[in-house]
Ligand binder design. Structure first.
Ligand SMILES: C[S@@+](CC[C@H](N)C(=O)[O-])C[C@H]1O[C@@H](n2cnc3c(N)ncnc32)[C@H](O)[C@@H]1O
Length: 226
């Protein structure tokens, strides 16, 4: 199971966490919006599946906010997931790790929340659509799917403007030139879809109460309930 996305993130793993705040302007609000869309009491024991968990950034926010959550982290890159294993080393059996391609692998169990951050845009659109359907099928009643994601502008002009504004912002934040170059190189593997299409695929998969709670530059956070 070697593909170009996996290779790109195997290479990025070492520097990934260090560069995040500069490459994702509004980092705190972005992840906070994802947490706020998980509709369960914070002391509830919930089963969470994090698709494309990487080094475990989103999972860490969830683990902190939902101290009884059991979190399964899936990633195609063993190197990225290795950082997550280190991060949660002392966390005990609340945390599970699976090296797998969620674009093709079935989701075997049921979850209260399926979450993902900055990952699903690596799939072709057809696989995104079918993944949304599989996620819907894998949720317990009233479960939630939260996707903190990149999106493509609705027109070529909008896409160019959003991308240019993102570039300006990350330079203003003082991103290191090499880190930016590496990120732009990785973005060549992106297959971002418009926000409108993503929300439509949520509806088509059967989600209800669909809400986009955050939108900034090329980033959006939306959710739907089963
Ligand atoms: C930009 S990182 C995001 C990591 C983490 N969710 C975060 O918010 O920091 C994208 C992650 O998605 C993973 N990924 C991309 N496509 C995948 C796939 N088809 N199956 C599993 N993981 C995938 C990559 O390996 C990478 O670790």
């Amino acid at each position: 199971m070697t593909n170009s996305v996996q290779r790109a993130f195997d290479l990025a793993a070492e520097d990934y966490d260090r560069t995040r705040r500069k490459l994702v302007p509004g980092f705190d609000d972005f992840y906070r919006a994802a947490i706020d869309l998980i509709p369960f009491p914070h002391d509830q024991e919930i089963e969470v599946l994090d698709l494309g968990a990487g080094t475990g950034l989103l999972a860490a926010f969830i683990a902190y906010s939902f101290p009884k959550a059991r979190i399964t982290m899936v990633d195609i890159s063993n190197e990225m997931l290795e950082r997550a294993r280190e991060r949660f080393e002392l966390g005990g059996d609340r945390f599970h790790f699976e090296v797998s391609d969620y674009g093709t692998a079935p989701i075997e169990r049921k979850y209260d929340a399926v979450v993902s951050a900055l990952s699903i845009h690596h799939l072709p659109d057809e696989q995104k659509r079918s993944l949304f359907q599989r996620i819907h099928g894998a949720l317990n009643p009233a479960g939630v799917f939260v996707n903190a994601e990149q999106f493509r502008g609705a027109t070529v002009e909008a896409e160019r403007l959003n991308h240019d504004r993102w570039l300006t912002r990350v330079r203003d934040l003082g991103v290191d030139k090499q880190d930016l170059a590496a990120a732009v190189e990785r973005m060549k593997f992106d297959r971002s879809a418009t926000l409108e299409d993503q929300l439509e695929w949520m509806r088509a998969a059967g989600f209800r109460a669909i809400d986009c709670a955050y939108k900034n530059l090329i980033f959006a956070v939306y959710a739907g309930r089963k």
